[in-house]
Design a protein around this ligand. Structure first.
Ligand SMILES: Nc1nc2c(ncn2[C@@H]2O[C@H](COP(=O)(O)OP(=O)(O)O)[C@@H](O)[C@H]2O)c(=O)[nH]1
Ligand SMILES: [Mg+2]
Length: 362
């Protein structure tokens, strides 16, 4: 199972165009092709030279890169949280992904209708965000009810927990995404369990069209920045056309140069997305495989284990953690252990980018 990114945005923002361009581009030019899992779900491997170097220590083992999964999530419209359009269906699709790529229309094209009539990236972003926030408010309020009932019980922490939760609900009601709200440690596990949509890492993708509509792009950039989020500009249809035309490399270069581009942005979307979503890679050497895995920054060792086997989280006892450069320098796991540089990490340990982890479970 890869790390999944949901393409979210208003109709005609360019989600499917981007999805198809990613799928086709990779099928044509990448050594590891994009693999379509369902009509709207595809998976793409993330090349990582650290994995190559680690795998070189284990010549008999198979090297398995980490994958990013892309999900083209259709149907988000204004009032969707109240059941408008495809209503709640898309919300459950968003709930299932690990991160959100919020596609924003910045291209002008009289032939492509806009749901609200005009190109206005800041407004469009607000519409989508409001739907997600409203849904979260519903989810969080349900938990609030439960926490208030617990006040009648004997748990001494119940009042503090309910108060912290109420403060979070208040923030969300005022329009703060959960990822930007301060989370009291008392409620952190409950937030994780509730899995609010606006807690997921989010990267904005500005679809700027063939001529790089500057004004709209600047507006989208400001809207993203005001939310403390990153934004990446792509030219959706141009990318799709380049892919569809299946140009020879030199023809492609000429074509790109005409638009002032050095390379297509699809490859960089995967790489930049990885960085901007604040994802980290950890590695495992288990059974016949040397493998890379993707988790968000801040993931604890038991949660990271849960990506490998869902029951690893509960059965987690401890992790043995090796620093990749140290392991490479030592030349083998045995040598690193003998030098005393393999660490033991408990439930609270936060997995770091580049860790090589052995999970020890009950
Ligand atoms: N002019 C122009 N049209 C685009 C661009 N990206 C997508 N489109 C067109 O916009 C329409 C909607 O795109 P689509 O990807 O289906 O949007 P979705 O509803 O978000 O999936 C299609 O007709 C696309 O060809 C672009 O960069 N420039
Ligand atoms: Mg679509």
């Amino acid at each position: 199972m890869g790390f999944s990114c949901g393409l979210v945005g208003l109709p005609n923002a360019g989600k499917s165009t981007l999805f198809n361009a990613l799928a086709n581009a990779s099928a044509r030019v990448e050594p590891y092709p994009f693999c379509t899992i369902q009509a709207n779900v595809g998976s793409i491997p993330v090349p990582d030279e650290r994995l190559d170097r680690l795998a070189a220590l284990f010549p008999t083992k198979r090297k398995v890169p980490t994958h990013l999964e892309f999900v083209d999530i259709a149907g988000l419209v204004e009032k969707a949280s109240e059941g408008e359009g495809m209503g709640n269906q898309f919300l459950s699709e968003i709930r299932a992904v690990d991160a959100i790529l919020h596609v924003v229309r910045c291209f002008e094209d009289p032939d492509v209708a806009h749901v609200t009539g005009t190109i206005d990236p800041a407004r469009d972003i607000a519409i989508v965000e409001t739907e997600l926030l409203l849904k979260d408010l519903e989810t969080l309020s349900r938990v609030a009810k439960r926490l208030h009932q617990e006040l009648k019980g004997t748990d001494r922490l119940a009042p503090a927990r309910a108060a912290a939760w109420d403060a979070l609900v208040e923030r969300v009601a005022q329009g703060t995404p959960v990822r930007s709200a301060p989370i009291d440690h008392l409620i952190a596990p409950l937030v994780l369990e509730a899995s609010p949509l606006t807690a997921k890492p989010c990267l904005f993708v500005a679809n700027v069209g063939d001529h790089g509509e500057e004004g709209h792009l600047q507006e989208a950039v400001r809207a993203a920045q005001s939310r403390g989020a990153d934004i990446l500009a792509i030219r959706g249809r141009l990318e799709a056309e380049i892919v569809d035309a299946a140009l020879a490399p030199e023809e492609r270069a000429v074509f790109l140069a005409e638009y002032g581009l050095a390379e297509t942005s699809l490859r960089s979307l995967v790489q930049a997305g990885y960085r901007l979503l604040h994802l980290v890679t950890f590695f495992t050497v288990e059974g016949p495989e040397v493998r890379a895995w993707t988790v968000p920054q801040g993931t604890t060792a038991p949660q990271a284990g849960g990506r490998i086997h869902s029951d690893f989280t509960d059965r987690f006892v401890l992790a043995e953690v090796m620093d990749l450069p140290l392991l490479l320098a030592a030349g083998s796991e045995k040598a690193l252990r003998e030098s005393g540089k393999a660490r033991r990490a408990g439930r609270e340990y936060v997995v770091q980018d580049g860790d090589v982890v052995h999970f020890i479970c009950a």
